[in-house]
Write a protein that binds this ligand. Structure first.
Ligand SMILES: NC(=O)c1ccc[n+]([C@@H]2O[C@H](COP(=O)([O-])OP(=O)(O)OC[C@H]3O[C@@H](n4cnc5c(N)ncnc54)[C@H](OP(=O)(O)O)[C@@H]3O)[C@@H](O)[C@H]2O)c1
Length: 307
């Protein structure tokens, strides 16, 4: 069931200049939204996308250039949408980025900017646009989280933690809005796995880059499907979904080690493995497989009971 007639809605998308954000803009235009508000730092790419969307779908597109690493940016975006008379019905917090490598060698300024973009700006924009949605009992927020939201991610420690925040924050808001009686407001945490964009170009030098990736268009379609079905947490892809479940019963340390194996930089010197380490790892992998199997059995059992 669609959220409300898309043809009457105004959708604000952050990080819309390329990748998943640009695909979300295309999907929103295809769904027939009345007005799109696209924001990112690269004004030229936003303008080119606006021209394309108008030519292909006749969508009115407004662009706002803003750097979300700047703490003043969210308020400036809100002031600009107010000045242009744009009442935002759907906010899609998509802008995000990550660094790869050991934490101790990461530039602290990069970590600060990442938290500002991935976490702080998302919270701030939600503060600025959600109250009116609740007052009108109409609208929604989609936060682009990640499969990284479900476990610690060694070698992308700040990024993984930022996405865990996004998931937790979104799930809490979804319950809060319902408890407030604002059942016309939908909050979705959309969790893509590896997606073929410029994200982390040349940085994922572990095993992860060899895994199958979704296209940004697939992610965008799943996003609108989740919004239409009012799914509070949607993981893109069945394999990714099971992967997010598999870690729930396994020891936290093991889950972190398995994730660390995927993201380990290729140039990191190999650690000498001692026997207890190897045994603990083997036990951990076994526990993870066991956890996934138990979840599968429970899920199948519940499904059979429902049908
Ligand atoms: N690709 C994946 O494998 C993957 C997986 C899971 C989750 N995600 C999440 O999906 C979202 C989109 O990522 P993507 O894969 O599409 O990456 P991308 O191709 O690198 O696009 C990132 C977008 O964010 C914008 N952005 C980055 N820093 C910004 C800043 N300081 N201020 C304003 N905008 C900024 C960029 O625009 P400008 O550079 O023009 O500012 C760009 O439009 C992110 O939240 C990411 O964490 C991606």
């Amino acid at each position: 069931m669609p959220i409300y007639p898309y043809s009457e809605s105004t959708v604000l998308i952050t990080g819309a200049s390329r990748g998943i954000g640009a695909a979300l803009a295309h999907a929103a235009a295809k769904h027939g939204v009345r007005t799109l508000v696209l924001t990112a730092r690269t004004g030229g790419d936003l303008e080119a996308l606006a021209t394309k969307l108008f030519a292909e779908h006749g969508t009115r597109v407004e662009t706002i250039v803003a750097d979300l690493a700047d703490a003043a940016a969210p308020a400036a975006i809100k002031a600009e949408t107010d000045r242009r008379g744009l009442n935002i019905d759907l906010l899609i917090n998509n802008a995000g980025w990550g660094t790869h490598g050991t934490f101790d060698t990461t530039d602290p300024a990069k970590s600060r900017a990442m938290v500002e973009v991935n976490v702080q700006s998302l919270v701030e924009l939600s503060h600025l646009y959600l109250p009116q949605m609740i007052a009108q009992n109409r609208g929604g927020i989609i936060n682009i989280a990640s499969t990284a939201s479900f476990q610690p991610v060694p070698f992308m420690a700040v990024y993984g933690a930022s996405k865990a925040f996004v998931l937790s924050f979104s799930e809490a808001l979804a319950v809060e809005t319902t408890e407030q009686g604002a059942d016309g407001v939908r909050i979705v945490a959309l969790c893509p796995g590896g997606t073929a964009t410029n994200f982390g170009d040349g940085m994922l030098r572990g095993h992860f880059e060899k895994t199958r990736q979704h296209t940004p268009e697939q992610v965008a379609e799943e996003t609108f499907a989740a919004l239409d079905k009012n799914t509070p947490v949607a993981v893109v892809g069945t394999a990714n979904y099971w992967m997010t479940l598999s870690g729930r019963l396994a020891p936290r340390r093991t889950v972190a080690e398995v994730a660390g194996g995927l993201f380990r930089p290729a140039d990191l010197p190999t650690k000498t493995k001692n026997k207890p380490d190897v045994l603990r790892k083997r036990f951990g992998v076994l526990a993870t497989v066991l956890g996934a199997t138990i979840f599968l059995v429970i899920a199948l059992f519940l499904r059979r009971r429902q049908s």
